[in-house]
Write a protein of this length. Structure first.
Length: 350
């Protein structure tokens, strides 16, 4: 494989963690330069993009009828191709400080494990239409393992858990290959839905997605805390239709998240059961590494370790592990070529 060019004719190589909740961008030689919500505001009257990223997120639940606030990725894959192109165009342009060169950047993009051929091709096409001269697809748990400096090229079983916004990817990696893997929709968005459903059921109060997200971040915990946490939450009373305020505690959130945690455990057990015994002994010895936004949920490593019977550790800077790993691939692609989702295979199997 040819080395990535650094000629002035070429734009710097870029790595993108294309997430359901947030998209991060790494520019070769500069590091992580963008962390924006994967949200686009569209004017349905003019069919033009109003704004992207952080500004679009502030519009959630506050727009007039002709303005749609869109999350173009659902469960880690493209649900709205045209809007995803707009998002990628915005991010690639911003990453290059608005400068354009004769040849666009070569882009390494992380996708959930187990995506279909059609989904992988959609990501590749969207990147090319957004200005990339070439798009390389890499599974997110692999990218995260590389970013966490785990021994993915050695004859050692490495188990990782990437808890994102739309999907949780579980994988066992050894000798530059994914030995066993599973993608689950039990992730950050599902946790938010659990909190919304719980507040509706227990308090007869309607709250929105942004409020649920704030609750999860501010007081969310899956274990009992020495100092309980609480948060005042406002919503619409279903009985009167009027605003009402309640106090939620970490115990409420813990109860709300229990079904999802049990489903997550089941998914991890499936991967463990599909792992060869020799590699499983490595996992038992070295444990599981967790990254992604869900890794920041209080007590998650402890509860996972207790339920699985293996050590569980959170990667350094878990929010950026995937994009940092993809960034390492832009710097030194040859050692990781075996991990790439091959375009010829995609086209021949689609």
């Amino acid at each position: 494989m040819a080395r990535f060019s650094n000629n002035l004719l070429f734009s710097p190589d870029i790595a993108i963690d294309l997430g359901t909740a947030n998209t991060l961008v790494y520019v070769r030689g500069r590091g992580v330069v963008i962390n924006e919500p994967s949200i686009v505001a569209v004017n349905d009257k003019t069919h033009q993009v109003v704004t992207v990223g952080k500004e679009a997120k502030t519009m959630l639940g506050k727009t007039p009828p002709h303005i749609r606030v869109v999350r173009p990725l659902l469960h880690g894959v493209i649900s709205d191709f045209e809007v995803t192109e707009e998002l990628l165009t915005y991010l690639i342009t911003k990453a290059q400080n608005g400068r354009t060169r004769l040849f666009g950047p070569r882009v390494v993009i992380g996708v959930p494990t187990g995506v279909t051929n059609v989904q992988s091709r959609a990501v590749r096409d969207a990147a090319r239409n957004a200005g990339a001269r070439e798009a390389i697809i890499l599974e997110e748990p692999v990218a995260g393992a590389i970013g966490a400096k785990l021994p993915v090229a050695e004859a050692v079983g490495t188990m990782v858990l990437d808890i994102g916004g739309g999907t949780t990817d579980i994988a066992v990696i050894a000798l530059k290959g994914v030995v066993a893997s599973k993608s689950s929709q039990v992730a950050g968005d599902r946790f938010n839905e659990n909190i919304i459903d719980y507040v509706r059921s227990e308090f007869k109060l309607g709250i929105g997605e942004r409020t649920a997200e704030d609750v999860k971040i501010d007081i969310g915990s899956v274990i009992s805390l020495a100092e309980p946490l609480s948060k005042n939450v406002r919503g619409r009373d279903f009985a009167t239709g009027l605003p009402r305020e309640i106090v939620l505690t970490d115990a409420h959130v813990r109860e709300a998240l229990t079904p999802s945690l049990e489903a997550l455990m089941d998914a991890m057990k499936e991967v463990i059961e599909a792992t060869p015994p020799e590699l499983l002994s490595d996992v038992l010895q070295h444990g599981v590494t967790v990254f992604g936004g869900g890794a920041l949920l209080r007590g998650l490593p402890q509860i996972l370790g207790k339920m699985l019977g293996v050590p569980v550790q959170v990667a350094a800077d878990p929010l950026t592990a995937v994009v940092r790993g993809a960034g390492i691939v832009t710097e030194h692609p040859e050692p990781y070529a075996d991990f790439f989702i091959d375009e010829e295979d995609i086209l021949s199997e689609a």
